[in-house]
Design a protein around this ligand. Structure first.
Ligand code: T1G
Length: 686
């Protein structure tokens, strides 16, 4: 890790070298400061700043953020570069993000590769640009553009950067171009800090605030960034940067920033467990069985990652439907510019759709994504194992069914693993890798290797009803339905959880997916349900009334003309009637009480999952809840949030609720254990 520097004549070359992403830690900051002194002492005419390896710099080293980062601080480095009599030129390839972009803004001149990525994404980590970004960016690209980029954290490509004036030139060899920049021209470049900061209309700031409050509801950093941009219109660079620094230091210590850093690093730490040393199968050709929504999404994710795919269906009609489903995704990716015509052709070229299982005979892996019925899955695996190579790994995408039972239908159960994708499978990053009792380590390792290839977030799960995420969701739904029966409404419950930070409440979400899915799961559980556990029938009543959700035009809400949701007073009558039949004395529930119950229900279920070894760590539960179930990212995940409450508080809350229903609210052993030991849920280990 270092900042290397060399001279060639009157040119200086300064290169940031801190693999893998040139994060700017203390050593890099010191190295840059030393390079400014060196260039001046050598009387150089220019310094060309670049990054070694894949990019210029990923930004400040966020691993330093849990404590006061050691000096020198990045604002000082940026200011020294800007004020130096030696002109610094930024030569940008790969990404220049956060502090990396702030160094670029401090340079006198900027050249980028067209495919570079430049941005100030700090709000995604719960902070704001802390080294001049909020003060220099509007001076360079104008306030309206700065209002678009900083509160959203959105990066721009090199081409877009050139178009808005964030960089001066585009070239495939930014360093080479920097060597040819005309001296007089360079001499005329005005330091960004000396430019006037563009102003914007009050309505522009109001619009940015509304956008931040809509899209990043509950988050502090985007609004603070807008405040600092507003200040940049009138304050000197020095005063503006002072205010920015104070705000950054404050935010860096905030719960939201800690939560967002937690999930950022948790996602990057999601990989095969250390004990899993088996060699994964080499996977080049994958069979996917079932070309419905899930199967088509999985097939696209695979061809998108360069894998050959044979998508199997039952008959000619099924083949056409499947081909159409994947074709729709390819066309959409094409239309949105994610791929070009050649890319689309290459993906189509890697896809075979057939009703002949023999077409998958040489597949290295088969993923079953057929109808959620044990009979169908048994039939699919029976056919697969009769044609596919004996060393091929088999996987099921089941959301709820028992992976061990499916494995039991195979001659060799050890080759089966669960790969639970989340719809849409080519977009959602979460992948629950379900370990059956018989799953071989090779099969598991193959699942993790596939996750890496697909750039998914893998989480190891044990076998239980719903694995990790769906089991927590079932408990969330049960707790919500209980509050509904006992006195609330779907919209009050949804609003309470949206205020907590969910983008959408559980009732509106269920209307999207369809009430029949949970209904089918409740029927499947009838045989094993604890007869002493209070059963909430309202969901069954809804299905009985044909209120299946958006697809039926009515569910928990009504969707007139297929449009947006509207509250439906009829629901209150249905609930009142069911409550009457159940002899429930209904009462009011405040939003706080709704949140208290629903969140404690989920935390308790999650700790039970932890205690049973279905999930390995609290961090894994955070990955699942944030990346698969809409838990607010800026709260760090369900268990990170539970740790902000503390185990003792969770225990006390559960014991309070247990007075009304001891069975449903019994604190899990892990809650008791953490409360007694005074440890966090994230520290708990089996
Ligand atoms: N600090 C420390 N480590 C980082 C890092 C960072 N900023 N960015 C990435 N890493 C690690 C990551 O944990 C992983 O580690 C490895 O690098 C590869 O990352 C003062 C305050 C740059 C687009 O928000 O968006 O500057 O797992 O798997 O998919 O105003 O990383 O290998 O041990 O993500 O190719 C602002 C955050 C910081 C950018 C690369 N910057 N990073 O994506 O690789 S705050 C950011 C990213 C700041 C200043 C402010 C992505 C990437 P490991 P990766 P990737």
């Amino acid at each position: 890790m270092a900042v290397s520097r060399r001279r060639d004549g009157i040119y200086g070359y300064v290169e940031i070298d801190n693999p893998p992403v040139n994060a700017i830690g203390q050593e890099i900051r010191q190295g840059l400061l030393d390079a400014v002194d060196w260039a001046e002492a050598e009387g150089l005419e220019r310094v060309i700043l670049s990054g070694k390896g894949r990019a210029l710099a990923a930004g400040a080293d966020t691993r330093e953020f849990d404590a006061e980062p050691p000096p020198p601080h990045l604002p000082e480095v940026a200011n020294r570069i800007e004020k130096s009599p030696v002109a610094w030129i930024a030569a940008i390839h790969g990404f220049a993000l956060g502090g990396g972009a702030e160094l670029v803004l401090a340079c006198r001149y900027r050249i980028a590769r067209p495919d570079a990525m430049i941005g100030l994404p700090e709000v995604n980590l719960g902070v704001i640009p802390g080294a001049g970004g909020t003060q220099r960016l509007p001076r360079l690209v104008g306030m309206e553009k700065a209002l678009e980029l900083i509160p959203t954290g959105k990066p721009v490509s090199g081409v877009e950067a050139k178009a808005i004036g964030l960089v001066d030139e585009l070239d495939d060899d930014p360093v080479g171009y920097a060597e040819m920049v005309n001296t007089e021209w360079l001499g005329m470049a005005v330091p960004v800090g000396e430019l006037n900061s563009g102003a914007a209309e009050p309505e522009d700031f109001a619009k940015a605030r509304r956008a931040a409050e809509n899209r990043m509801r509950g988050q502090v950093a985007p609004l603070k960034a807008i405040e600092l941009l507003e200040l940049a219109q009138t304050a000197s660079l020095e005063d503006g940067m002072r205010a920015e620094r104070e705000a950054f230091v404050e935010l860096r210590k905030s719960e939201q920033a800690r939560a967002l850093r937690h999930i950022f690093f948790a996602e990057r730490g999601a990989r095969a467990p250390d004990w899993l040393t088996a060699e994964p199968a080499k996977v080049e050709h994958v069979a996917v069985v079932g070309g419905g929504t899930m199967g088509a999404g999985i097939a696209y994710a695979l061809v998108n990652a360069g894998q050959a795919v044979t998508l199997l269906e039952t008959d000619a009609d099924g083949v056409e439907r499947a081909r159409g489903n994947v074709g729709k995704i390819i066309d959409s990716s094409l239309k949105r510019g994610f791929i070009d015509d050649d890319g689309a052709a290459a993906r189509r070229g890697r896809l075979t759709v057939s009703s002949d299982y023999g077409a998958a005979a040489d597949a290295d892996l088969a993923i079953e994504a057929a109808f959620e019925s044990m009979e169908v899955k048994a039939e699919v695996f029976g056919r697969l194992q009769s044609v596919i190579r004996a060393d091929a790994v088999l996987a099921t995408n089941t959301s709820y069914l028992d992976v061990d039972e499916i494995a039991g239908t195979l001659a060799d159960p050890s080759r089966l693993v669960g790969l639970h994708f989340f719809a849409p499978a080519h977009i959602m990053k979460l992948l629950e890798i379900v370990r059956g009792k018989a799953s071989s380590e090779r099969a598991l390792a193959t699942g993790f290797a596939l996750a890496k290839r697909l750039r998914k977030i893998p989480v190891l799960a044990g076998v239980c009803d719903g694995f990790i995420g769906n089991r927590i969701l079932s408990r969330y739904r049960e707790a919500a339905d209980t509050v509904l029966m006992d006195g609330s409404t779907p919209w009050d419950i949804d609003e309470a959880m949206v205020e907590f930070g969910y983008a959408m409440g559980i009732y509106e979400t269920q209307d999207l997916s369809g009430l029949d899915i949970a209904h089918a799961n409740r029927r499947r559980q009838d045989a094993t349900r604890d007869p002493n556990r209070r059963y909430i029938p309202i969901g069954d009543r809804m299905v009985a009334e044909g209120r299946l959700g958006r697809k039926a035009g009515v569910g928990w809400y009504r969707y007139p003309g297929g449009g947006g949701k509207v509250v439906d007073p009829l629901i209150e009558d249905l609930v009142r009637e069911e409550a009457h039949f159940a002899k429930v004395a209904r009462r009011e529930f405040s939003a706080d009480e709704i949140r208290h119950r629903l969140l404690l229900a989920m935390v308790n279920e999650a700790t039970a999952i932890l205690g049973e070894g279905i999930a390995q760590t609290a961090r894994d539960i955070d990955l699942v809840t944030v990346n698969g179930y809409g838990f607010p990212r800026w709260r760090g995940g369900l268990m990170h949030y539970a740790d902000t409450l503390g185990a003792a508080t969770v225990l006390e809350g559960l014991e309070g609720l247990a007075k009304e229903d001891a069975l449903v609210w019994a604190p899990s052993p892990v809650v008791r254990d953490c409360a007694e030991k005074g440890i966090s849920f994230s520290a708990w280990r089996r």
